[in-house]
Ligand binder design. Structure first.
Ligand SMILES: [Zn+2]
Length: 320
C-alpha cells in the first residue's frame, strides 16, 4: 500500500516485531528502522549543522542508544546531534523500534498486560506511552475542531478533566481532587458525520458550558448530554434564551433498558470499560473521537496516526 507519507508495503505485527528484534541485537544496526521513519516523516531526512550550516551526515555510533546520530566534523568543529532531537521520539527513553511496536499495539487496542507478556517492558512504561499516543489525539482534536450541528442533527456532548498527567500519583501524595480546579474539556461529536470539537476551558461551571454551546453548536441542533442535571442549568435564563434563539433541543440520553440509537449516548458507550477513564478523561475522549473520525482497516489507521503525529510533531531539521 502507498500513502502520501511514502510508506509502501504491508505493515503488521510481524513487520514491527522484526524491527524490534533487530533493534535488540547490538551487532545489528537500526538503519532499516531509521529509513522507515524518515520515509514516514517521523524523522527528518537531513539536519543542518549549527556550526557551519551544512547538512550533517547520518553516522553509526558506538554504544547503546539509537545506533545512529547526526554528525559534522571539519577542521574547526565536531558536532553531534541525536537523531530523535526535535521529533516525537524525543519524548521517550524507549528505543525507536520499541516505540513503533508499542504504537502498533496501541492502534490495535492491545491491553498493557498483554504487551508486557510479549516484550520486556514495565507496565508503567507501556501506560505512559499509551498516554502519549492519546495526547496526539488530544492535540489533533483541538486543532481540527469545528462548529457542529444544524437542523435535524444530533450532537453528543461530554466533558472531562484536561491535562492532568498523573492524577493517581497526585492522589497518592495526598493532593485533594477539586472538580472545580484546573482546566476542563468539553467535547462534541456529531452523529452520522463523526465531526467533532474539543474545547479547553479554564474552569468547569455553568458559564463555560453555556459559552461552549453558544460558540460551537449551530442553530437547530439536538444536544444530547446528561450534563444538564450535573449543572442544573436547563431552567436558567441564559440557557432558555440560547435554546429559543437558536432553536436548540436539550435532551438527556436514556441509559436504561436496551440501547436505542436515538436516545443512547455513543461516547459513554464507546468508553465503557475504561477503568482509567477518570484519570485521563481528555485522552480517552480524544482517542475515541479520533478513532471515530478515522475508522479504517488497521494498516490505514496506523498510517493515519503516523500522519497525525507528523502534523503535531513535525521533525526539526536544525537547532532552534
Ligand atoms: Zn558543521
Amino acid at each position: 500500500m502507498a500513502t502520501k507519507s511514502g510508506i509502501t508495503g504491508r505493515i503488521n505485527s510481524f513487520f514491527f516485531a522484526q524491527m524490534y528484534v533487530e533493534g535488540q541485537r547490538e551487532d545489528v544496526c537500526n538503519k532499516n528502522c531509521i529509513d522507515w521513519c524518515v520515509k514516514a516523516g517521523l524523522l527528518p531526512s537531513s539536519y543542518e549543522c549549527p556550526g557551519c550550516k551544512e547538512s550533517m551526515q547520518l553516522k553509526k555510533r558506538k554504544g547503546k542508544g539509537d545506533n545512529w546520530e547526526w554528525r559534522c566534523r571539519n577542521m574547526t568543529h565536531e558536532v553531534k546531534r541525536s537523531i530523535r532531537k526535535g521529533t516525537w521520539f524525543e519524548k521517550s527513553k524507549l528505543s525507536i523500534p520499541e516505540i513503533l511496536l508499542m504504537t502498533w499495539f496501541w492502534i490495535n487496542k492491545y491491553r498493557p498486560l498483554t504487551i508486557k507478556n510479549e516484550i520486556d517492558c514495565a507496565s508503567n512504561t507501556i501506560s505512559e506511552w499509551f498516554t502519549l499516543c492519546r495526547d496526539v489525539c488530544v492535540k489533533v482534536c483541538i486543532n481540527t475542531s469545528e462548529k457542529l450541528g444544524g437542523p435535524g442533527k444530533v450532537v453528543e456532548f461530554e466533558e472531562g478533566k484536561y491535562g492532568t498527567k498523573n492524577p493517581r500519583q497526585e492522589r497518592k501524595e495526598g493532593k485533594q481532587e477539586n472538580p472545580e480546579e484546573g482546566e476542563w474539556v468539553y467535547v462534541g461529536l456529531e452523529r452520522e458525520t463523526d465531526r467533532c470539537f474539543f474545547v479547553v476551558k479554564p474552569v468547569r461551571n455553568k458559564e463555560s458550558l453555556y459559552h461552549t454551546l453558544r460558540d460551537w453548536i449551530l442553530p437547530g441542533t439536538t444536544i444530547m448530554t446528561d450534563l444538564w442535571s450535573v449543572f442544573d442549568c436547563l431552567e436558567d435564563e441564559d440557557f432558555q434564551v440560547l435554546k429559543d434563539m437558536n432553536d436548540l433541543k436539550f435532551k438527556t440520553p436514556d441509559y436504561g433498558g436496551s440501547y436505542n440509537a436515538i436516545e443512547g449516548a455513543g461516547i459513554k458507550r464507546g468508553l465503557k470499560g475504561h477503568s482509567q477513564f477518570k484519570d485521563h478523561a481528555d485522552g480517552h475522549l480524544a482517542e475515541y473521537m479520533w478513532r471515530c473520525k478515522n475508522s479504517a482497516e488497521i494498516q490505514r489507521l496506523f498510517l493515519a496516526f503516523v500522519e497525525a503525529i507528523v502534523s503535531i510533531y513535525p521533525p526539526q531539521t536544525a537547532d532552534v
